[in-house]
Design a protein around this ligand. Structure first.
Ligand SMILES: [Cu+2]
Length: 154
C-alpha cells in the first residue's frame, strides 16, 4: 500500500466512524404504510402505518407536500358517538410496535393538493425526537390504496 492509499484509507475509516452514530439512530422501522384513496371533492385522507423504534422516541410532527397539514388523530367513543381528537405527538416505547389503524390512532391529511388515486404514492415526513433531544426527519412512502384494503374491512 502506498502512502497515498494509506492516507485515503485512513480518511475513509475516519468518515465511517463519524457516520456510525447517525446510522445507528436511523433505525425506525416502518411497515404497513398506506393512505386511503379519495373520491372527487374530498380534501382529507386518513393514513395508517406501524412504527417501531429500538430506543424510546416521540414522533413530534408530520408533514407532506401533498397536503396543507398532517396531524395525528385518535378515534374514541364518547358515549355513543365516535369522536376524532387531535393528538400532539406519538410516544414510541423502545422495541414495541405502535400501530396506527382504522378506528384508533391515525394520520390525517387535510387540504390535499390533488386527488389520491389507488396505485399512486404520497411522501410523508415524520419528525422523530429521541431522549437526548436529537431530532431527525424520517421519510415514508405511503402507497395510495382503495379504502376497502386500507381500512381493514375487507
Ligand atoms: Cu382523523
Amino acid at each position: 500500500m502506498t502512502m497515498q492509499a494509506r492516507g485515503t484509507m485512513a480518511a475513509l475509516l475516519g468518515a465511517l466512524a463519524l457516520a456510525l452514530p447517525a446510522a445507528a439512530a436511523e433505525t425506525l422501522a416502518v411497515r404497513d404504510a398506506r393512505i386511503l384513496a379519495t373520491v372527487p371533492g374530498q380534501r382529507v385522507a386518513a393514513a395508517y402505518l406501524t412504527m417501531e423504534s429500538p430506543v424510546a422516541a416521540r414522533v413530534v410532527a408530520a408533514a407532506s407536500d401533498a397536503a396543507a397539514s398532517v396531524s395525528f388523530h385518535r378515534m374514541s367513543m364518547d358515549g355513543e358517538v365516535m369522536r376524532m381528537r387531535r393528538v400532539d405527538e406519538l410516544e414510541l416505547t423502545a422495541g414495541r410496535a405502535l400501530r396506527l389503524v382504522p378506528g384508533g390512532v391515525h394520520l390525517m391529511f387535510t387540504g390535499l393538493s390533488q386527488p389520491l388515486h389507488p396505485g399512486g404514492t404520497v411522501a410523508l415526513r415524520l419528525t422523530v425526537r429521541e431522549p437526548g433531544g436529537a431530532s431527525r426527519v424520517v421519510t415514508v412512502t405511503l402507497p395510495v390504496v382503495d379504502w376497502r384494503h386500507g381500512s381493514g374491512h375487507e
